[in-house]
Ligand binder design. Structure first.
Ligand code: OXD
Ligand code: MN
Length: 616
């Protein structure tokens, strides 16, 4: 114990609440030694990890790691929000009473760091000086050095960030134990993994994974689940799985900011990092703030503000290429110190590759290993078509590496939010863009966000898998209260943001082609949204919101057919009426949904019926 305390002295850790927490867990976990980590330790930790074979070189200043093959993604079933308040149980938060679950997860953790180093990672999930800084401090404990490397990229990490907290005890206690991965029964009835956020105690206890989404506790567990709960409990803010970007009109010098939520596989990271299409590049500059999390609050001037609490990007590698996301490729170029996880790796040339990086995999198989570590050249016939990279393989890099990162991305006061957008992957019905000026209708639209079920097994064709505000896996308190909190926070803004719904994924049922070219061209829809916030365009009112008139969209240099354009600027009333019935069932699951939300639902439904009777 004296030795452990001495390591905290040597590291200069003076916050006595943090020391007490660290020493408690060091004893409980039976850690052999403690190492307190700051971002300045990165180069040394990289060297040690390379020497220990935990990571491999992947080119100049780039690194690669492969995780255990059954530990490559988040597990929603094993993720639990615990509190001591039964009224915190919602539909999606997998709530358990703390007294029931804490002993179980702690039972797995006890003594688990015997003979090991316990790394202590003091971090901040905000730029220093943010108005939400008191909710941003945390200290992760982990037995995994690679987790330290990721945390240094994804959060602001350093002892100084927590030594001088205004409230020394106000930090998230985040404990991560990897566990003996091959013995945890992942996905079986004997599954021993537990990913628990004890939200009313601001304590995170994750056991049984080294995958980023489960192991980098600053990101999802703190940045989303805990933050959403804190934002609600304090009544001060929203913590959302949102991207955040800025668009500057170089002609007028005006800049606008848009944030928004997209269910997974709906192009959120690509949109967040987008550049203007060539035809509009002279006039518009798009700046990146964040691809995954935004915290939102109302500033003293009555505007809604937003900031990205993260310091990095933990992006999905699959399909990232020069066309879909050139800025992401630049952000993981040589000397960015990016880390790749579970992509394919060439042990001779140290190159990495993933599906969609190039149209075909490398022709010369020599040296290539797939995400499981197996030599591609030695694959049997039955595996010949198996992906080389895991579909959830990732790159981890800092925001500062993204070439179009906004100059003010670390500005503590955040940026004014002009519009909040939602968008899923929907093959029909959902137009290119529709704006919503009413707050309750905007919140209703977010609550009924969804994406098409990707596999038949996941649902009925054409029926969405609802993912309210893209927060389904991160909900930490009941959905009715969540909706009420949204109405309260955004309702307090004297300058209301515009809501909008976008869809880049309508297809022609005949030949399956996408009706909208997507990617950089998506800026055209965002420009219309911005013009609508300024009252420069009126659009036309439909039952489901305001759609652009064709002449209001800047289509300069865009190749799109008349039929496709007409279709994506039209409301398919019959398909919408069908959708409304599914929505009703979806909303009926939630307790205490505010009456304003039901009223919004009824208004949209009545307007659709009216439209149907007019056109019948
Ligand atoms: C996620 C992520 O799992 O951002 O949503 O990693
Ligand atoms: Mn995410």
């Amino acid at each position: 114990m004296a030795d452990l305390e001495k390591s905290l002295d040597d590291a200069g850790l003076t916050n006595s609440s943090v020391r007490e927490y660290v020493l408690h867990w060091a004893q409980f976990l039976d850690a052999e030694r403690i190492e307190v980590v700051s971002a300045v330790d990165d180069a040394r930790l990289l060297r040690e990890s390379l020497d220990a074979g935990e990571i491999d070189p992947a080119g100049e200043g780039l690194y690669y790691s492969r995780s255990y093959s059954k530990d490559t993604a988040r597990s929603e079933e094993r993720t639990i929000v615990a509190t001591s308040r039964p009224q915190d149980e919602g539909v999606y938060n997998n709530w358990k009473h703390t007294d029931e679950i804490r002993p179980v997860v702690e039972g797995h953790m006890k003594g688990a760091m015997a003979g090991k180093t316990m790394y202590v990672i003091p971090y901040l999930m905000s730029p220093p000086g943010s108005p939400l800084e008191r909710f941003a401090a945390g200290v992760e404990i982990t037995d995994n050095r690679t987790v330290c490397l990721h945390m240094i990229r994804m959060a602001r990490v350093g002892i100084d960030l927590i030594n001088d907290l205004d409230e020394p005890d106000m930090f998230v206690r985040a404990v991560h134990v990897t566990g003996d991965l091959p013995t945890l029964g992942q996905g079986t009835p004997e599954d021993k993994r537990y990913f628990v956020t004890v939200a009313d105690e601001r304590t995170i206890l994750h056991f049984g994974s080294s995958y980023g989404g489960n192991a980098l506790l600053g990101k999802i567990a703190h940045g989303l689940r805990q933050a959403a709960y804190d934002g609600w409990a304090s009544g001060e803010f929203l913590g959302e799985q949102f991207m955040l970007l800025g668009v500057t009109d170089k002609e007028t010098g005006e800049k606008h900011h848009i944030c928004g939520g997209f269910p997974s596989a709906s192009g959120k990271t690509n949109l967040a990092m987008t550049l203007a299409p060539d035809a509009l590049g002279e006039r518009y500059h798009v700046e990146f703030y964040g691809d995954d999390i935004a915290w939102l609050w109302v500033g003293e001037d009555g505007h809604l503000y937003g900031m990205n609490p993260e310091n990095g990007v933990f992006g999905v590698a699959k399909d990232t290429n020069e066309r879909t996301n050139p800025t992401a490729l630049d952000a993981v170029a040589e000397d960015t110190h990016a880390l790749f996880t579970n992509v394919a790796y060439n042990e001779k040339t140290h190159e990495v590759w993933w599906e969609g990086r190039t149209p075909a995999p490398p022709a010369d198989l020599d040296g290539w290993r797939d995400w499981k570590g197996e030599l591609v050249a030695e694959r049997g016939a039955d595996e010949a078509d198996a992906p080389w990279a895991h579909p959830n393989s990732r790159f981890t890099t800092t925001l500062a590496n993204v070439p179009n990162v906004a100059a003010d991305f670390e500005k503590p006061e955040g940026v004014r939010i002009d519009a909040i957008i939602f968008g899923g992957r929907t093959r029909d019905r959902e137009p290119l863009v529709r704006a919503i000026t009413d707050l309750a209708e905007g919140v209703y639209d977010g609550l009924t966000l969804g994406a098409e079920a990707t596999a038949a097994a996941e649902g009925v064709e054409g029926k969405l898998r609802y993912d309210p505000m893209s927060m389904r896996p991160f909900m930490s308190y009941p959905e009715g209260a969540y909706a009420a909190h949204w109405l309260k926070i955004v309702g307090a803004a004297t300058h209301q943001p515009l809501f909008a719904h976008v869809n880049w994924f309508q297809r022609d049922p005949e030949d399956g082609h996408f009706r909208w070219p997507g990617y950089r061209e998506n800026l055209r829809a965002l420009l219309w949204i911005i013009a609508r916030t300024k009252g420069e365009v009126t659009g036309r009112q439909t039952p489901v919101g305001i759609l652009p008139l064709e002449e209001e969209l800047d289509l300069t240099g865009l190749d799109i057919s008349r039929e496709d354009l007409d279709t994506i600027l039209t409301v398919d009333v019959d398909r919408w009426r069908e959708e409304m019935r599914f929505r009703e069932d979806h909303l009926n699951q939630f307790h205490d949904l505010p009456e304003e939300i039901w009223a919004a639902h009824r208004r949209v439904a009545a307007a659709l019926e009216q439209e149907a009777s007019v056109t019948a």
